[in-house]
Design a protein around this ligand. Structure first.
Ligand code: GLN
Length: 492
């Protein structure tokens, strides 16, 4: 019999509905998987045994009364920058150690209302700044496919728990690729929705004009189900989109016949590993065989996206993180004056990458440099929007690899931030444009580690994006799972 920890959300839902097992059974299976995998992975920062059990008991009662909502009774995990009432929320930082929020963020509240069972909070790069989860103040998370490698980041914990089966689905946040890149590196599906589609209320802010919450799952339909549960207008987030939510899962079975697909020339050239390029090309060929009209086209401003992002994101973070001053939340290091207390708290509480970003951002925003750095980056952003709009006049979706490489070794990029920043070369432009994008696993590289394929769509184009993603998934028939998930655990 299949271990319940290996089910997709769709399978779990069917089994709950026909009474084959209960939500408590699913939770037990996820927790057993966590007990085996966590010593190797460190993907969870907090496991909420009591809260999860209560939710599962309530879900089983509700299911017995005929509740068939898609997430009722399903064990899911949340990135630890999503604020959860009564459950410690650290954002991977020492500065928030021990902070227990008095409220739920909107996405969290919607998940609880949908009957989901929240298993725990997952590890991340401190304040979501990073691409490997090595910047967590609580130590790195490892990739279940090979524990010498990173799971990507910053939502590395969420990607790892889904890959290994210690939750059936998870949520992360994506500011420059932090859902899609870890999904790519762990053989899971990860989607970044259109900016404004999911409320940011209760998401600890990194760069507010770029941050979006989104799902990580084993399959495209599961990712659609998770996103549907949290999408939609929220009066508590002034940037929330006030209109109809796209029909995210309506066209999953529609195929790609007649769709126009554009391969982004700038993202299939130098800097991308040959086996990643090979898997990308094979996927494109399958889409053409399935009836799509494939063309190669250019989004020229992509060339400047990384530079613009590494000014805009730090600029916004320097302002957002000003609130961590030792007065309101978490850590306080005493000093002779208030100013000294604040300075000591921030020096001790923030890790090196966060300090680097705050310094960069403060510099980019300072008088005399503002126009040359921040102003110029905003102009790049306008150019990017224009280039994407021109591309979407010709095609329905754009495609590329998600990450230039498969999972890299722990420690191999920590000494050189620029090399680490290059991990986001394929994902960052869509955040600057505000558009949605999704990563779907399509195969394994020469190192037997997963490769992800990215599908980008115009704002609110989730329906066509998920439609193409579902075809990519069917075509790739990627069924491999991480070793830790399926065989006995070998001590590394
Ligand atoms: N890796 C990018 C960064 O370090 C993106 C992070 C994210 O999307 N949260 O900023």
């Amino acid at each position: 019999m299949t271990d319940l920890a290996d089910l997709t959300i769709a399978q779990a839902r069917a089994g709950l509905r026909d009474g084959s097992f209960t939500s408590i059974d699913l939770l037990d299976a996820a927790q057993r998987r966590a007990a085996v995998s966590e010593p190797h992975l460190h993907a969870y920062l907090t496991i909420d045994r009591e809260g999860a059990r209560e939710a599962a008991v309530a879900a089983d009662r509700s299911i017995a009364d005929g509740d068939t909502r898609p997430l009722v009774g399903i064990p899911i995990a949340l990135k630890d920058n999503m604020v959860t009432k009564g459950v410690e929320t650290t954002a991977g930082s020492q500065i928030l150690a021990g902070w227990t929020p008095p409220y739920d963020g909107t996405a969290v509240r919607r998940l609880r209302e949908a009957g989901a069972v929240i298993v725990g909070k997952t590890n991340l790069d401190e304040f979501a700044m990073g691409s490997s989860t090595e910047n967590s103040a609580y130590g790195p998370t490892r990739n279940p496919w090979n524990t010498d490698t990173v799971p990507g980041g910053s939502s590395g914990g969420s990607a790892a728990v889904v890959a290994v089966g210690s939750a059936l689905g998870a949520f992360g946040s994506d500011t420059g690729g932090s859902i899609r890149q870890p999904a790519s590196l762990t053989g899971t599906v990860g989607a970044k929705p259109t900016y404004g589609l999911v409320s940011r209320y209760g998401l600890i802010a990194f760069a507010s004009s770029l941050d979006q919450i989104g799902p990580i799952a084993q399959t495209v339909p599961d990712a659609a189900t998770l996103l549907e549960a949290v999408a939609g207008w929220d009066p508590l987030d002034a940037t929330s989109f006030h209109g109809d939510v796209p029909a995210i899962s309506r066209s999953l079975d529609a195929g790609v016949g007649g769709l126009r697909i554009g391969v982004v020339r700038e993202l299939v050239g130098s800097g991308i590993e040959p086996d990643v390029l090979g898997a990308t090309q094979a996927t494109i060929d399958r889409l053409a065989d399935a009836g799509a009209d494939v063309v190669e086209l250019s989004v020229p401003a992509i060339e400047y996206a990384l530079s613009a992002y590494y000014l805009i994101a730090p600029a916004e973070c320097s302002s957002n993180l000003a609130r961590f001053d030792g007065v309101r939340y978490g850590l306080r290091v005493d000093g002779a004056t208030t100013e000294e207390m604040m300075a000591k708290t921030r020096a001790d509480g923030f890790g090196p990458e966060v300090i680097r970003r705050i310094l960069l951002g403060t510099y980019a925003l300072s008088a005399g440099y503002y126009d040359a750095f921040y102003g110029q980056s905003q102009r790049v952003r306008t150019l990017l929007r224009r280039d994407f709009a021109a591309a979407y006049d010709q095609v329905d979706v754009l495609v590329s690899p998600t990450s230039p490489s498969t999972a890299f070794e722990i420690g191999s990029k920590t000494a050189d931030p620029y090399t680490m920043y290059l991990s986001d070369i394929c994902t960052i432009a869509t955040n600057l444009a505000g558009d949605p994008a999704i990563s779907v696993p399509v195969g394994l590289g020469n190192d037997r580690l997963p490769i992800g394929f990215q599908i980008m769509a115009p704002a609110l184009g989730e329906e066509v994006m998920f439609r193409v993603a579902a075809e990519v998934e069917r075509g790739a028939a990627f069924v491999e799972r991480a070793q830790l998930a399926t065989s006995e655990v070998v001590t590394p």
